[in-house]
Ligand binder design. Structure first.
Ligand SMILES: Nc1nc2c(ncn2[C@@H]2O[C@H](COP(=O)(O)OP(=O)(O)OP(=O)(O)O)[C@@H](O)[C@H]2O)c(=O)[nH]1
Ligand SMILES: [Mg+2]
Length: 365
């Protein structure tokens, strides 16, 4: 997926007219060399000290290294994470998902301002692998999160961009570590409930909140059953004005529907709530429910068990990711791929054979 995107970028940027001599690519090369040489801006000590002091700018700079694809940056990012790990883990990680327009940003603003007003430090991150929205998904709707964006107790960071879902999710997972080391005791991870990203987010949070609309025609609004199964609570949004009754009806329906699902591993009974972020109604209740859940799973041991399982999951995810990245970024593989692809497309080689041969060449390199 990521590879296709890169390819498109290269081919689609400029149209080359036949017969017109193209300028030498000296500038490109010079630029590339300059970029390659650019070292991380600060020393490891400076990054780590800044983060542990809770400096938001330093935190932001370090996250930029996590998101970078330059070797030196990645190396430095890993060292920073390593040094921050002993100070991480001490936050409440909450995943928030829902279809576009369900009211995620408005909800985060309403709940977030309450959380920071009670003295907590909140980090708001996003996992959003669809490039069109990237960069804009969180910061773009600053108007919906006006108070939070200006709140010194909040750190808001849009989704890392230009990568596959696996890459985006892993980077966000690493960003959580730095946020926690910087003293953020509550972390929200927002994702749009339309694809695979919920599963990734679910595997990095302690509590998973699904926001849903009432009476939007289709009963389950294209929200897959699997996503409802993952939710520790469902909140029906926009329960105000004429929508209020509909929201309460939906609440009953979903509560009933949930009975048909297998009981979750945590032993918790999924709650269905209603809220209005605009009117600030029911928001407090959602927060109380989250705490009730945390007390419950801390008591029965699921909290720790779940975090350990997640750590294991991310170990394998990271291995897969690194192996895959390394393979696709190896120069001779990049050269061979189009040739093999062509042979497969033309039926000269089976896909299995092509894959096998490429991997053999890769291992022998
Ligand atoms: N009546 C009412 N409208 C709301 C409420 N919360 C959000 N809205 C409106 O719903 C629209 C979408 O809200 P957002 O918070 O931007 O929704 P979102 O889920 O972040 O949307 P995307 O970022 O596109 O995924 C906006 O016009 C909001 O003003 C609410 O509690 N009541
Ligand atoms: Mg939004």
């Amino acid at each position: 997926m990521g590879e296709d995107k890169n390819k498109k970028k290269k081919e689609g940027a400029l149209h080359v007219n036949k017969g017109v001599e193209q300028p030498a690519s000296i500038n490109e090369d010079a630029l590339r060399k300059f970029r390659k040489r650019r070292k991380p801006r600060y020393t490891l000590e400076q990054y780590v000290d800044g983060i542990l002091n809770g400096e938001r700018t330093m935190l932001g700079q370090a996250i930029t290294l996590i998101e970078s694809s330059r070797g030196e940056h990645m190396e430095m990012a890993q060292q920073i994470i390593e040094r921050c790990l002993p100070y991480a883990g001490d936050s409440l990680r909450i995943g928030i998902t829902g279809v576009p327009g369900v009211g995620k940003s408005t909800f985060i603003e309403a709940l977030g301002t309450k959380i920071t007003a009670s003295g907590h430090k909140l980090a708001v991150l996003a996992v959003d692998p669809t490039s069109e929205r990237t960069g804009g998904s969180i910061l773009g709707d600053k108007t919906r999160m006006e108070k939070l964006a200006a709140d010194p107790r909040t750190f808001i960071r849009p989704s890392p961009s230009g990568d596959s879902l696996g890459g985006v999710a892993r980077k966000t997972r690493e960003t959580v570590v730095l946020c926690e080391a910087a003293g953020f005791d509550t972390v929200f991870i927002e994702t749009v409930g339309v694809g695979q990203s919920e599963t990734s987010v679910h595997s990095m949070v302690d509590f998973f909140l699904l926001l849903m609309l009432a009476g939007a025609g289709d009963e389950l609004q294209g929200i897959k059953r699997g996503i409802m199964e993952m939710a520790d609570a469902i909140a029906i949004t926009k329960a105000d004005g004429a929508n209020r009754d509909k929201a309460e009806m939906a609440q009953k329906e979903y509560q009933k529907a949930l009975h048909l699902f297998p009981p979750p591993e945590s032993g918790w009974t999924t709650r269905v709530l209603t809220c209005s972020a605009l009117r600030d109604e029911g928001i407090e209740k959602v927060w109380e429910t989250i705490h009730e859940y945390i007390r419950f799973v801390r008591h029965n041991g699921y909290f720790t068990q779940n975090r350990r399982q997640q750590a294991k999951y991310w170990m394998y995810e990271t291995i897969n990711q690194i192996l895959k990245d390394h393979f696709y970024h190896t120069d001779f593989i990049k050269e061979l791929l189009p040739k093999f692809e062509k042979q497969v497309l033309e039926g000269q080689k089976s896909s299995f054979m092509a894959a096998r041969q490429l991997l053999d060449r890769y291992h022998k390199k």
